[in-house]
Write a new protein. Sequence first.
Length: 612
Amino acid sequence: MHKALISVYNRKGINALSKFLINKGHDIIACSGTSHYLKQQLRVPEYTNNIKSIEDIINFPHILDGRVKTLHPYIHGGLLATSHNKNHLHDLTSHNIDKISIAAVNLYPFKETITKVNITECELIEQLDIGGHTMIRSAAKNFESNVILTSHEQYNYFINNYTDIMDCVEHRRELAIDALQYITDYDIDIANYFNNNRKPLSYDKGAKQTKPKMYQSYTKQHDFKYGANPHQDNAALWTVQDEQMPFDILNGNLGFINTLDAINSWGAVCEIYKTTSKISAASFKHTSPAGISVCREMDPVERRATFTKDIEHANPACNAYILARNVDPKSSFGDFIAISAIIDTIAAKRILTEVSDGIIAYGYTDEALKILKKKKNGTFVILKGDLDYFNTKLEMKQYSNITLTQPANTAIITEDIIYNSIYTKNNIIDVQPVEDLLIANIALKYAQSNSVALAKNGTLLGLAAGQQSRVDCVKIACEKALMYTLKSHPDVNKLFNNFNKSVKRNDKTNAIIKYIENDFTPHEYNAWTTLFKNPPKQFNSELKLLTQINMKGISMASDAFIPFRDNIDIAHKYGVKYIIQPGGSIQDKTILEVCNDYNMVMTFTNKRMFLH
């Protein structure tokens, strides 16, 4: 029976594997440390008598402080000999070399050692595995005659499928592919470490040095139906350097755009939770927020305008979701939802009634999961996120044959930064506006630039993203905030008792928006009036101006510096009182003077929040 080789740094699972191999008639060759460990663990002679150390086999001691242990023809001849090649078998017999047909090998923990505190490069270099790496490559190259195992997670698979693996070359080929990927990832970690710590040659300025390189390995985790557009097929989600998925897919067919929305929306609610300690929800469309809110008390008019039941109002996840969804319900149609809480039955039932593509949340009760799985005929995307996952260090974007890299935007704006960075004469700001500034600024961090956001009472009132002109951002965000405010207007409130009984909630929401916009074609107006018992008169546009004048105490965030005073003039007209922005413009002094004229409060963060 052919020999089995065991040479591992991670010894997890090798006791069971060794017993199985010996029971199957294989003698075991092991490195001296592993050999000693196995004899201590297995103890009984029926096992220990079948374990030999590599030193005894090659009749040569370990040298150079263990740097040379396994680099010997007795080992690599046994690994590289092909069982059906007569010349190979002749060489084995001539040189008294045993065929090694099974190898379990894993490597020194180079990647784990990098993360240790105060590790020296000399210590790190000793974690560059030579012999183990070579044995894996030898065994993998000869997969027609060998089995190579490089992870303890493969041991049970090997034990349970021993006969099939030993008889079928395709099984052994798959294990060889895993092994080659394993040593490739190992080499990537080593090459990246030394490239990142490269030092220019100082002794000769003219010396030619190889340009730094960065290596990545990608593991396919999920196939998309298609990419951003249906004709972009063969799209997929990959994880880098064998990292875990950033979320668990619990249901549905996750799509390319869904994934982008999930990443951005989850980042936003996680950051709000960490910054404010409040449960929050976000409604995302096309990678930017249509609405964001924390859980909070709603006044009676607001509850009526959002059709919120008492049981929904008292439920933190459902409360935050309703507020976020109703910031801009027209834009939220077909959105992706993020909620930094566990979803229960109450929240699930409300979500079930809205038109959405998917959700990412901290967790779900069993009953909530059953409810949500019914949505969209079972295709509703349900993801479970980790509040601490998106702490990436490096971002990469690839276009054709070039890749752009940058450190991730991990900048966090805190209450202290706001309080300590106010440069206007009016520097008095209460707790609630500070929270509003934080929420608005976080919303911009996860929205396409240029962007401006308005918030009040923990809820986003309006956000404009992806505009080329900042003043256009301000105008759009302010108009959205006006629309949000008008939904609580007394004239709008009169509509609720006027709807026909058969009108659904979503149709009521759309009818109210249409009423406020007051932009009907004759056909639309005729269809709209059928929703009511008594068709109301069209909305008085003068009330928009009156409401705009009465809007007060709103917080505004800008993702980049405010370049001209017209941004402030417009914001003031819509009730903006507090402004957060990075600063850094040559117009900063002028902008502050305008804010002083309006008695506004402005804080500079010195942190731009562009996202492209």
